[in-house]
Design a binder for this molecule. Structure first.
Ligand code: HEM
Length: 514
């Protein structure tokens, strides 16, 4: 049967290709034979290469020509990727437009990426919107981590803002702003309070005070009330899918106007350029355009760095305050335990000081459990290998976009018993921190790209929450339905903003005036 089929194909080829073999002399015949054999050999080699390439890549879904798997992705990427991991395994690949993406969903593979090959995977593939807002990646987050510029910026942030000494010196700003927040909530007793907005404003005031010694509500402030709105747009644009990222040749047309919209947000940084006198900004300005020192920044890099810090600090922290409050309001037993601890450590005739924070171990467990269930960056920020390498036995080609699916790891029953249950007790054994040493819990990443803002983020979260929960009783409005669904974005937030109604908890009303 096969022989007959083979003979048929052979004869058909001879008939259709007879013109190819019609030659006038021996030289021509030899040339055509060599050409035929070479083309066949090349086709065979190409087929072998394709076979090797596709079978050595992590498994994954087939997509359509040109667009790949893009039309099937949906919106809540962290949940979609977790579903896909159940189907394709702990590491899978998918072609989105012109780019190959790989998603890593298990602790073993996270170790392979973020620990064993941390150096190789420490680069970024900067999306176009991010490139606009960071002046072509002149900041920390989107700069190639093998450059001296990245090292210098990170070193400066860690030593001049996040060190113990600096955080001690800036305590005055945190105390001032958190007390201002408590005072403002007191003025709204019995009324609805938008928790995210309140936390955002407080964090923004603290960070701008630390960076250039002035908060948005100071006299002559240059950032103004529009900042929350502008930053929300920046975060939204950073997380929005952009065709130009998947098909770089389309970037010229900016079809979805993402590039244009991000450029419009740059107006907020003019203030940074024109003013600014103290503290971190002053240090940066002293390093500006230095020729004979190893560290030097130009004004574009200074603006990108400041923007990076403000954006990285505010939305993440306020989103977490909102999630923690939502979980506590949804769990009356947890609320009672948190307030019992506060009564014991702080007292209802007292206001929270930073010195109380290390003693609030139950509240710390509540915050960590909320980070587990609602990591604000559930896929972290994509990493990009600067050379082809192996993970889990599969090939990850150079420049692939690699996502670490923290959301899947935090919800995996192999890592956590009853993972959907809110149980702060999991974190009360003193074994958990934010440093990424245990890859079951990675809200701040791990390795080279770990968040440099952990000391401030941790402190501000605990301080704001302890103050809100010690100073007030909180209730959900009766006329609104409560739910805890999320919406994927660069920072993944609660879909429906949390509003809650405060009432007085402290024994003496004058304590709210401090
Ligand atoms: C609750 C608060 C915060 C959370 C959850 C958070 C989370 C993260 C995560 C997950 C990353 C790593 C992304 C990745 O590479 O995959 C990151 C990076 C970063 N964070 Fe934070 N962060 C917080 C607060 C802060 C604060 C307060 C600052 C600064 C004042 C800050 C500054 C940065 C910077 C500059 C980076 C980029 C680091 C790099 O790429 O080398 N963050 N953050």
């Amino acid at each position: 049967m096969i022989t007959v089929l083979g003979n048929n194909i052979y004869h058909k080829m001879i008939i259709y290709w007879s013109w190819w073999w019609e030659v006038n002399n021996e030289q021509d015949k030899l040339a055509r034979t060599i050409l035929t054999v070479s083309v066949l050999a090349l086709l065979f080699l190409w087929y072998k290469c394709m076979l090797f390439y596709t079978t050595s890549l992590p498994p994954g879904p087939y997509g359509l020509p040109v667009v790949g798997y893009l039309p099937f992705l949906g919106s809540n990427l962290h949940e979609r990727f977790t579903e896909m991991a159940h189907k394709y395994g702990p590491i899978f690949s998918l072609q989105l437009g012109g780019k190959l993406h790989v998603v890593v969903n298990s602790t073993d593979l996270v170790k392979a990426v973020a620990r064993d090959q941390d150096q190789t995977f420490a680069n970024r593939n900067t999306p176009i919107a991010a490139s606009v807002i960071t002046y072509g990646g002149s900041d920390i987050t989107f700069t190639n981590s093998k450059t001296a510029h990245w090292r210098n910026m990170r070193k400066l942030l860690v030593s001049q803002v996040m060190s113990n000494a600096c955080l001690k010196a800036s305590q005055i700003f945190r105390t001032r702003e958190v007390r201002k927040m408590v005072n403002e909530v007191y003025a709204k007793i019995g009324k609805k309070v938008n928790i995210n907005k309140m936390a955002f404003d407080t964090e923004l005031n603290v960070v701008t005070s630390m960076l250039w010694g002035c908060s948005k509500s100071d006299e002559g402030s240059y950032i103004g009330d529009g900042f929350h709105e502008v930053e929300s747009k920046i975060i939204k644009l950073l997380g929005a899918p952009n065709m130009s990222d998947f098909f770089p040749w389309l970037s010229w047309f900016d079809l979805q106007k993402r590039q244009r919209d991000m450029q419009r947000q740059l107006k907020i940084d003019r203030a940074v350029e024109e003013d600014g006198r103290k503290d971190f900004l002053q240090i940066l300005l002293e390093l500006k355009d230095q020729r004979d020192t190893p560290v030097s920044f130009n004004i574009i890099q200074i603006k990108a760095l400041l923007m990076d810090i403000i954006v990285a600090a505010t939305d993440t922290t306020s989103t977490m305050v909102e999630w923690v409050m939502a979980e506590i309001l949804n769990n009356p037993i947890v609320m009672r335990k948190v307030q019992d601890e506060l009564t014991e450590v702080v007292g209802t005739n007292n206001i929270v000081e930073e010195s109380h924070l290390p003693k609030l171990t139950y509240l710390d467990g509540v915050i960590k459990e909320t980070f587990r269930l609602h990591p604000p960056l559930p896929l972290l920020i994509q990493r990009c290998p600067d050379e082809s390498c192996k993970v889990g036995g599969y090939t990850i080609p150079k420049d692939t976009l690699v996502y670490i699916n923290v959301w899947a790891i935090h919800h995996d029953p192999n890592n956590w018993t009853n993972p959907l249950e809110f149980k702060p007790e999991r974190f009360l054994n003193g074994k958990w921190d934010y440093n990424g040493n245990n890859v079951k819990f990675l809200p701040f990443e791990s390795g080279r790209r770990i968040c440099p803002g952990i000391p401030l983020g941790d402190k501000m979260l605990t301080y704001m929450l302890a103050s809100l929960l010690n100073s007030f009783e909180w209730n959900l409005p009766k006329d609104e339905e409560f739910e805890t669904s999320d919406e994927f974005g660069f920072v993944t937030k609660k879909k429906k903003s949390l509003v809650a109604i405060p009432s007085q908890r402290l024994s003496d009303a004058s304590l709210y005036m401090g």
